[in-house]
Design a protein around this ligand. Structure first.
Ligand SMILES: C[S@@+](CC[C@H](N)C(=O)[O-])C[C@H]1O[C@@H](n2cnc3c(N)ncnc32)[C@H](O)[C@@H]1O
Length: 274
């Protein structure tokens, strides 16, 4: 698919959104376990050519490089790649860091043994285009591995909570948490991937004493929440969104009022590219 002006503008907005707030801080606070879980599920081995799509700060790329794989970390947002590069240097790891839109990957057909994405490619707005790219750059017999928030889990519910406040989605865009549904994955990949693993698990988050601390964390650091709040502000509805987020975090708290605990469901899909 060729890149149109409106698509470039859309991706520029997305890039700005993901560079806003402090996503690296969210990773360090509670998301770090996800990368190694995906790398383990993909059974990444030394010497393999691995592409991490929508890699952000390299949450999955770094553990793959630690196993001796030759890793390319690609993402739309250069600010996040820069932070990933710093983390890799501190850990003494060498990776390639490439700015790339998941819907137009600048890599040769069949050039990777493993193509993976941890809560990443799900945020590219055109799901079929992105899925087609993952298949294209993976060699036949190679592995495609995805870890995505589910529609029924906490982040699926967060997107439903934010929807009435967020800017209207661009034409043709689909909601990110759809990628966490088994049926959607089957529809996107058809018979091009034979899925070996399609399992749901949860990320437990205990980093916040009170549920409202988690709501504030989203408001301060999470690009999609910051974008929804900026849109709400234009309509004078920030307080309404803040209240909705506080209620949401209270509803999803599985701990106590002073020791919050959240369970965030995700789908792990790992398969062989036919
Ligand atoms: C929730 S973060 C996940 C980052 C990382 N994989 C992790 O596990 O922490 C979502 C990432 O998707 C990236 N992203 C969003 N839209 C994208 C697109 N169209 N192409 C490539 N990356 C994209 C963002 O820049 C961001 O780094």
């Amino acid at each position: 698919m060729s890149v149109t002006t409106s698509d470039s503008e859309l991706k520029a907005r997305h890039r700005k959104m993901w560079a806003s707030g402090d996503y690296p801080r969210m990773v360090e606070t509670f998301l770090l376990p996800l990368g190694p879980r995906l790398v383990e599920a993909c059974d990444v081995r030394a010497g393999q050519r691995v592409l991490d799509v929508a890699a952000g700060t390299g949450n999955a790329s770094l553990p793959a490089a630690e196993r001796g794989a030759r890793v390319t970390a690609s993402d739309l947002t250069p600010e996040l790649l820069a932070e990933g590069r710093r983390r890799a240097e501190a850990a003494g790891l060498e990776l390639e860091w490439t700015e790339a839109d998941a819907e137009h990957l600048p890599f040769e057909d069949g050039s990777y043994d493993v193509v993976m994405s941890s809560i990443g490619v799900m945020f590219a707005p055109h799901h079929q285009e992105a899925a087609d790219q993952l298949v294209r750059v993976c060699r036949p017999g190679g592995t495609i591995g995805l870890l995505c928030w589910t529609p029924e889990g906490m982040i699926g519910a967060l997107f439903r909570t934010m929807k009435p406040f967020a800017p209207p989605p661009p034409p043709g865009a689909q909601p990110p948490p759809l990628w966490g549904g088994e049926d959607h994955v089957h529809e996107l990949f058809g018979n091009r991937v034979e899925w070996r693993t399609l399992t749901r698990d949860v990320l437990e988050v205990t980093a916040f004493a009170h549920p409202q601390d988690y709501a504030r964390h989203f408001t301060a650091y999470y690009g999609p929440t910051i974008a929804a709040r900026a849109n709400a502000a234009r309509e004078g509805r920030e307080a309404e969104l803040d209240e909705a987020l506080e209620r949401f975090c209270e509803e999803w708290n599985r701990g106590t009022a002073d020791a919050a605990r959240f369970e965030k469901e995700y789908l792990v899909a790992v398969g062989t590219r036919r």
